[in-house]
Design a protein around this ligand. Structure first.
Ligand code: FMN
Length: 155
């Protein structure tokens, strides 16, 4: 099922009202690549049902996740994530709700390597027609440069 098949609150325009949440967290001790692949598998099973798309980066013991979808469903997922023992110390990096295009419409949940996160964000920025998307992406790229996400690159 594609995320656009489910009912999303739609404005007068054809773009959906999207809730976007970006956070970092620390992986729990012992969490490895296989665990992350299992997380991706369950995300790919569940996220399409709830119209959620995004990406997950894992590197240097740190998770970075971009979630976008209907507010109610993203908030529900966040309350599950907060109690998931596979990670801790979640820090919200950005949060917004706007009528706008999805940045990752085809990604139910894509695993991106730390080496590729800059390219993914820059590519999304290059394609972002919506200035509000561009603002969030520039902020994340700044965070990447300023070292706030540095641990991601120590894969
Ligand atoms: C870093 C991280 C990211 C996750 N991302 C998602 C996700 O995008 N979608 C999802 O359904 N579950 C995700 N999970 C797994 C959920 O926490 C939860 O285990 C899963 O949704 C199954 O929940 P349930 O057993 O209550 O159905 C993630 C877990 C972690 C640790």
């Amino acid at each position: 099922m594609s995320p656009t098949d489910i009912d999303e609150p739609v404005s007068g325009h054809r773009l959906p009202l999207l809730y976007n949440l970006v956070y970092c967290s620390r992986a729990a001790e012992g969490v490895d690549d296989a665990d992350v692949n299992r997380i991706i598998e369950s995300a790919r099973r569940c996220n399409p049902v709830f119209g959620i798309t995004g990406l997950l980066v894992f590197g240097g013991g740190i998770f970075f996740q971009w979630l976008e979808g209907p507010r109610e469903h993203v908030v529900q997922l966040m309350s599950k994530l907060k109690t998931d023992p596979r990670h801790e110390s979640m820090v919200s990096l950005s949060e917004s709700e706007e009528v706008r295009e999805r940045l990752f419409p085809d990604w139910d949940m894509e695993r991106v390597t730390p080496d590729d996160i800059r390219d993914v964000l820059e590519d999304a920025l290059g394609h972002a027609e919506d200035p509000r998307n561009a603002v969030v992406l520039r902020l994340l790229l700044e965070q990447l440069d300023s070292g706030q996400l540095r641990q991601l690159s120590v894969a």
